[in-house]
Design a protein around this ligand. Sequence first.
Ligand SMILES: [Zn+2]
Length: 360
Amino acid sequence: MKVLNKLLAGSCAVLSLGCSSDSLAANDSVVVLQYHHVSDSTPAVTSIDPDTFKEHLNYLKDNNFNVIDIKQAQEAIEGNGQLPEKAVVITFDDGYQNVYENAADLLEQYEMPYTVFVNPDLMAKHQGHYMGWEELKDIGARGARIANHGQTHAHLIRREPDETKEQWVERMHYDVVSAQEAIDENLGEQEKYFAYPYGEYDNELRALLDDWGFLAFAQHSGPWSQWSEETAITRFPASGIYANLDTLKTKLRSKAMPVVSYKPEEPLLDYENTQPTLEVTLTGDEALKEVRTNQLRCFSGGQVLEPEWQSDTRFTVEVTTDLPVGRSRVNCTAPSASESRYYWYSIALIRPDAQGSWPD
Ligand SMILES: [Zn+2]
């Protein structure tokens, strides 16, 4: 079935006459899963135990999901090639040794490609906790792609006391560009993919990554599609409470909401802005017809937020309780008009404390 899906997707690109717009619409999103530890003895919030991880892979295999390489996904989203049906990309942040021990063999056996975002500085300092270059070379030869998670896993957007913009840019250059150099030196030149430590970014950091030629991956949820921003690509966390397969199933079937713009554009809020109002503008083209906008709902910290439609394509949502200090997400979903699946969109927000900081 997996092969048939791929053949059908391929014929769609070649024989455009035989390719209905329905099947095109079904293929425009990739769900990117984000894992950290694969272990039953590491911090629960960033871990999935090996048995549950195997359940995830079995579910993907038994239900004809197509786990594809991140570059294949990128190319298709950029218009070069076709996404298979039910496309999924698997990623691991931090490059823990337990991924080598508890996940690599299984992924190889299931022929599922995956990407590991690593921190070269931390690898050198904590050998044994993180995979080293030899392990990375080994999994690289067995279906993994190695990418950049920064040298130090710092909260990159936090300025140090009295740090000038120039000093900060220099520090970011070290953390991002020299990490890529270390990866390329040890493994040969790799694609420039960056995963933000803690999923934290602001517009200044995004601009730097764009200048330096990176695609950058965040940690708020939603499928990756033509509607995504190249320096804020969404992923679905699949560790901790998010490892629950029942809730993950809905996400695996989700499609990207066709969002063309949103506010606030800057995720890092002012300290006083505890209840921001969000504004989201959807496309006015064909893609919107599939979205049941009258059933669109947003969610923030366990609360359901009703959207207020300002026009056919633009809604606002008011956050009605104070956001906690730190990272928050407001997720919005709407059912598909023709399939039993949801359109999904998430806005990442960070509320600092009065000193401009927040907990890990
Ligand atoms: Zn990380």
